[in-house]
Design a protein around this ligand. Structure first.
Ligand code: DMJ
Length: 474
C-alpha cells in the first residue's frame, strides 16, 4: 500500500523519537478581491502551471486523493477516497481566480459522504479536509458545505477523548474507534484554527474547547526552560521523548499559537506564543559556518540533542515574521535559501554538522516558499522575490512532467518519483502566486490567516463579539 505523508512523517518521527445543521448559516459578503487577473508575468505563469497540473489531476485521477503524474494514475490514502486533492486545491483555485474549476469542486463536494469505515489521520484530515471545507464555506456561504465541515468535525471529535485531551492519532470516520496513543506537539496543537472556525459558524463551543484543551495540555507539560518534548503519551501525559525541536511533528504547534491569537484574539494563545518563542530563542539557535540553525535540544537541560533538521522547519521564518520576530526570521530564511541552492531543491532531512543528507526526497513541499512570501510581504525586500523565482525555476526544471509536477526521490540525482502531493495545490503554488502578485494588491494579507495547509481563513468576516461569546467565554 502507498505510504502517505503521515506514514513518512511518523517513520521520521519514530526514527528521531526513538532516540527518544443545525448550522447557523451566517450571511456575509463574499469578497471579489481575489478574483482579479494579475498582470505580473510570473504570477500568470504560476497560474497557468497550476491549471495545467489541475487538468492533469482531473483527467487521470479525478475524485482520488492524489495524482501520480508519471504513471498517470491516481491513488488513495486509505481503502476508499476522501477526495483530498480537490478539497485541498479549492482555496488556491479561488485565490487565483480559477472560479469555474473551483465551482466544479464545490458541486462535487456537495455529493461527498464522509461516513466511511476507514481509520484516518486526525491531523491530516483536520488540516486538509476540514480546513479546506471551512475555507470553501467562507468563499461560498453554501450551507451544504458547512454541513460537510460539521460532519467531518463531528467524526474527528472522538479522537479527543483521551485522559489529557490530546487527540489519538487516528479515528475511524464511521465507528469512531481510535488508535495511536503517542503524539507529537503538532498532533496536539494543530486544531484551534479549524475547530475554532467550526465553533464560530455552528455556534457550538465544543470544537474550540477540545482543540484548546489539547494545545494547553501540551503547553502545561513544558519544562522549567519553557520547552516541550517531541513525543508524549496522550493518556499518562508522560514524555516519551524529551527532544525539543521545531521539526516535523512539532512545527505547527508553534504556528497555531500565534495564528489563533491573530484569528480569534484569544489572549491565552498570545501568552503561550510569547513564552514559547522566548524559550526557543534562548535555547535552540546555533551558528554553524555563519548560518543559524534551530537544532533539537533536550527540553530539561537545554543540551544539544542532534543536528538533523527537516525541510518542514523552513515554515519557521514565516511564523517568526508574523509573530513579530522579523530580524530572526530573515536570518533563518538565509539558511534555508543556502540549503536549497546547495542542491537545487531541498532534501527532506539534513544534518548541518556533518553536511550529510539524511532524507533525500523533495515532495514539492511549500515551507521555504511560504517563508519567502511572508518575508517579502513584511520587508518588501526584492531578494525574497528573487529567492522564490529561483525555487520556481528549479521546481520547473526538476519536478515538471508532461501533465503536472511530481516529487523528486533524490535531490542529488534529481531522479523523479511518482506523486503529486495535495499540498502542492493547496500551498506551494498558492504561496508562489501570492508572492509574485503581491504588488497588484489583489489579495489583502491582513484580512487572512492561513491554516498550516495554507487554507485562507478570513478574519475580517468574523464578528469578534460572536467569537468572544462562543469561543472565549469560560
Ligand atoms: C503540509 O501538509 C502542512 O504544511 C503541514 O503542517 C506540514 N507540512 C506539509 C507540507 O510540507
Amino acid at each position: 500500500m502507498k505510504r502517505t505523508l503521515t506514514d513518512v512523517r511518523n517513520s521520521l518521527l519514530t526514527k528521531w523519537c526513538a532516540s527518544g445543521v443545525l448550522l447557523c448559516s451566517v450571511a456575509f459578503a463574499c469578497s471579489e478581491e481575489t478574483n482579479v487577473e494579475v498582470a505580473d508575468d510570473r504570477a500568470a505563469l504560476v497560474k497557468r502551471e497550476t491549471l495545467r497540473a489541475w487538468e492533469g489531476y482531473k483527467r487521470y485521477a479525478w475524485g482520488m486523493d492524489e495524482f501520480n503524474p508519471l504513471t498517470k494514475t491516481g491513488s488513495n490514502w486509505y481503502e476508499v477516497p476522501l477526495a483530498i486533492s480537490p478539497i485541498d486545491a479549492y482555496s488556491t483555485l479561488r485565490v487565483m481566480g480559477l472560479d469555474e474549476e473551483a465551482k466544479e469542486v464545490e458541486v462535487y463536494v456537495e455529493t461527498l459522504n464522509f461516513n466511511k469505515d476507514i481509520s484516518v489521520s486526525v491531523f491530516e484530515t483536520n488540516i486538509r479536509v476540514l480546513g479546506g471545507l471551512l475555507s470553501m464555506y467562507q468563499y461560498t456561504s453554501n450551507p451544504k458545505i458547512l454541513a460537510k465541515a460539521k460532519d467531518v468535525g463531528d467524526r474527528l471529535l472522538p479522537a479527543f477523548n483521551s485522559t489529557t485531551g490530546i487527540p489519538y492519532a487516528s479515528v475511524n470516520l464511521h465507528t469512531g474507534a481510535v488508535s495511536g496513543d503517542g503524539a507529537g506537539p503538532a498532533g496536539a496543537g494543530t486544531f484551534t484554527l479549524e475547530f475554532g472556525l467550526l465553533s464560530y459558524y455552528t455556534r457550538d463551543p465544543v470544537y474550540y474547547k477540545k482543540a484548546k484543551k489539547a494545545m494547553q495540555a501540551m503547553f502545561d507539560r513544558r519544562s522549567e526552560r519553557g520547552l516541550i518534548g517531541d513525543f508524549i503519551h496522550i493518556n499518562s501525559g508522560d514524555w516519551l521523548s524529551s527532544k525539543s525541536s521545531i521539526s516535523a511533528g512539532s512545527d505547527s504547534y508553534y504556528e497555531y499559537m500565534i495564528k489563533t491569537w491573530l484569528l480569534f484574539k484569544d489572549p491565552d494563545m498570545k501568552a503561550m506564543w510569547d513564552a514559547t518563542s522566548a524559550a526557543i530563542q534562548k535555547n535552540m539557535p546555533e551558528e554553524k559556518d555563519g548560518r543559524v540553525w534551530y537544532g533539537p535540544v533536550d527540553m530539561h537541560t537545554g543540551e544539544r540533542a542532534g543536528s538533523t533538521v527537516t525541510l518542514y522547519d523552513a515554515f519557521y521564518p514565516a511564523t517568526l515574521a508574523v509573530g513579530g520576530y522579523v530580524p530572526e526570521a530573515e536570518k533563518f530564511q538565509t539558511t534555508w535559501d543556502w540549503l536549497w541552492n546547495k542542491y537545487g531543491l531541498e532534501p527532506m532531512a539534513y544534518n548541518y554538522n556533518t553536511g550529510n543528507i539524511e532524507g533525500h526526497t523533495y515532495d514539492l513541499n511549500p515551507e521555504i516558499v511560504e517563508s519567502a512570501y511572508y518575508l517579502y510581504h513584511f520587508t518588501k525586500n526584492e531578494k525574497y522575490k528573487h529567492m522564490a523565482e529561483k525555487y520556481f525555476d528549479d521546481i520547473e526544471k526538476y519536478c515538471r512532467t508532461d501533465v503536472a509536477y511530481t516529487k523528486v526521490d533524490n535531490v542529488v540525482t534529481k531522479q523523479q518519483g511518482d506523486a503529486l502531493a495535495t499540498f502542492f495545490f493547496a500551498e506551494t503554488m498558492k504561496y508562489f502566486y501570492l508572492l509574485f502578485s503581491e504588488e497588484s494588491g489583489a489579495f489583502n494579507f491582513d484580512d487572512y490567516v492561513f491554516n498550516t495547509e495554507a487554507h485562507t481563513f478570513r478574519k475580517n468576516l468574523l464578528d469578534q463579539k460572536i467569537v468572544d461569546d462562543v469561543l472565549l467565554k469560560n
